[in-house]
Design a protein. Structure first.
Length: 163
């Protein structure tokens, strides 16, 4: 029932401010003006979510390529989630699931088989949510991943889902 209230839409220059607001209200990390500008080029890998026509959530991802420098690849090996946020008042209503399902479908359409996300190690709810959605937490922690962002205990988990 609730899912009928949820719709997804493309990011356009007119709603770039909405993406900024949602990210800055929800996430402890910040993104540069260039990052937001580049988001406009992300096509189907960036989406805004609306609940009853109110913008309440957003996901932004990018294709990633093999980091094996001896075999640099032009074929994407994964889709990396750069930002993913739903306003607190609208969490637990299916908005995040709708955004993730759409990204998974887009990933599969590109014949890419891996979704990847960094999650701040203090964000236990975020880790639990990703696990519920089938992501596996890698054993190694990325030490200091969020250091430049000034986060207390800046380590991150890498979470991966096979598509
Ligand atoms: C993670 C986040 C994007 C999920 O969005 P959401 O709209 O709240 O998620 P949904 O309502 O679609 O979640 C639905 C499911 O997750 C479950 N769920 C919600 N919060 C949960 C939690 N903290 N732990 C485990 N399960 C959770 C719900 O019970 C529901 O389960 P079901 O599908 O089996 O019925 C959102 O909570 C958020 O913005 N969190 C803060 C930022 C963040 O952590 N971002 C991701 C990491 S960077």
């Amino acid at each position: 029932m609730a899912r009928k209230l949820i719709s997804l839409d493309d990011l356009t220059p007119n709603c770039l401010g909405v993406l900024k607001t949602i990210n800055s209200v929800v996430l402890p990390t910040s993104y540069t003006a260039e990052w937001y500008q580049e988001s406009l080029e992300a096509g189907e890998l960036v989406k805004l979510a609306y609940y009853s026509e109110i913008p309440v959530g957003a996901i932004k991802a990018k294709q990633v390529y093999s980091s094996n420098t001896s075999k640099p690849s032009t074929v994407p090996t994964g889709v990396y989630i750069e930002s993913f946020a739903v306003l607190p008042a609208y969490q637990q209503k299916g908005v995040g699931s709708a955004l993730l399902e759409n990204l998974e479908a887009e990933t599969a359409k590109r014949f890419i088989h891996e979704l990847i996300a960094h999650v701040w190690c203090e964000n236990t709810a975020g880790v639990a949510w990703y696990e519920l959605k089938g992501f596996i937490k890698k054993d190694e922690v990325e030490k200091g991943y969020y250091e430049a962002q000034g986060l207390k205990n800046p380590d991150a988990y890498v979470m991966v889902k096979k598509i």
